[in-house]
Design a protein around this ligand. Structure first.
Ligand code: PLP
Length: 355
């Protein structure tokens, strides 16, 4: 049947999402979801959407939601773009802002969807190696480019780049767009959204999938100068004018307004992370410093894939990446509830003891 495919499809290397197993009773620590449910206010807002208005298309501009996001960040609604998960926002960013003659730059170890978008949209890119401590070094990005993108904290390492370093990059790189993907910033980082004011080439993306516990609703957003947002709207309205349904718009707006719940859940995850890191180090694991809701760990002399497979036999799933080979000894483990973390530590204790 592949004879029917377009040439573009033949050339694609699609992203491989983390497994979403259907098996019951798994401890799922592989895709950085929240171990807690969303705010009750979100659930109420979703219930209120069940009714006859579902026969009508949703607001194509997601105006109420954009206003709520703008308020949260001290911005104007025209500085906000929303999409069906930040993956969709990022896809529009690559096509609308990062496709130029010069290559887009991103780290060699980073969110593995970035090269996939480049493949889809035929965008020239260069991967910039992280330094030996798995950090982004801004000096490596000070060269001609068609745009720069990286997550902060980075994924899957969890390592955070200081705000002053992002400022240094922005001061030196003014003729192409710099995208900071803040999917995980709420778990220990400092957002660079306030830098948007002085730096019109800065675009910051966020997701509600992690710190707002709404991976199932599929909402992400970008903030930046209205001129950058306009480019994203032009792409969106050439692709799908209604990317967010009525539930997504209402639920996400309610999430934006419940600061107390958001703060409490982030705090819980951050505290659990500190305990888990201490326990893992106690077992002899090396843990990279993490500002995210996951940790990146290795056990000296042991293969990450092997440990991950043994965890799986005990119904605990974590994420392992084979590429690039430098990260193959590692596993990326999402911070679960304290109970889940304790179960993980017990399983690992057995696994590392039994060579
Ligand atoms: C760095 C990074 N950016 C963006 C995303 C996409 O998030 P979503 O499409 O759920 O908003 C992820 C998801 O895991 C991620 O790790």
């Amino acid at each position: 049947m592949s004879g029917y495919w377009s040439k573009v499809v033949h050339g694609l290397t699609p992203y491989v999402p983390g497994e979403q197993p259907k098996l019951p009773n798994l401890v799922k620590l592989n895709t950085n979801e929240s171990p807690y449910g969303p705010s009750r206010k979100v659930l109420e807002a979703l219930r209120a959407e069940v009714g006859d208005t579902l026969r009508l298309y949703p607001d194509p501009g997601s105006d109420k939601l954009r206003a709520a996001i703008a308020k949260r960040h001290g911005l104007k609604p025209e500085q906000v773009f929303v999409g069906n998960g930040s993956d969709e926002v990022l896809a529009h960013v690559f096509l609308g802002l990062l496709k130029h003659d010069a290559p887009v730059l991103f780290p060699d170890i980073t969110y593995s969807f970035y090269p996939v978008y480049c493949g889809l949209y035929d965008i020239h890119y260069q991967q910039v190696p992280l330094n030996p401590a798995f950090e982004i070094d801004v000096a490596d990005y000070l060269r001609p480019n068609g745009g720069i993108i990286f997550p902060n904290p980075n994924a899957p390492t969890g390592r955070l780049l200081a705000l002053q370093e992002i400022e240094r990059l922005l001061k030196a790189n003014t003729s192409s767009v710099v995208v900071i993907d803040e999917a995980y910033v709420d778990f220990g980082g400092v957002s660079c959204v306030p830098l948007i004011k002085q730096h019109p080439q800065l675009l910051v993306t966020h997701t509600l999938s992690k710190s707002h516990a709404l991976a199932g609703l599929r909402v992400g957003y970008a903030t930046g100068h209205p001129g950058l947002i306009e480019a994203l709207n032009r792409v969106k309205d050439s692709f799908n004018s209604y990317p967010l349904d009525r539930f997504a718009q209402a639920g996400a707006a309610a999430a934006m307004e419940d600061d107390a719940y958001f703060d409490a859940m982030c705090r819980k995850v951050i505290d659990s992370k500190a305990r888990l890191v201490a326990d893992m180090q106690g077992l002899g694991f090396e843990v990279l410093p993490s500002a995210a809701n996951f940790i990146f760990v290795r056990f000296p002399g042991r293969d990450g894939a092997d440990i991950a497979a043994k965890l799986r036999e005990r119904s605990i799933i974590v994420r392992h990446f084979r590429h690039p080979p430098r990260i193959s000894p590692f596993m990326r483990i999402t911070i679960g509830t304290d109970e889940q973390c304790a179960g993980l530590v017990e399983a690992l204790r057995d696994i590392v003891a039994a060579k």
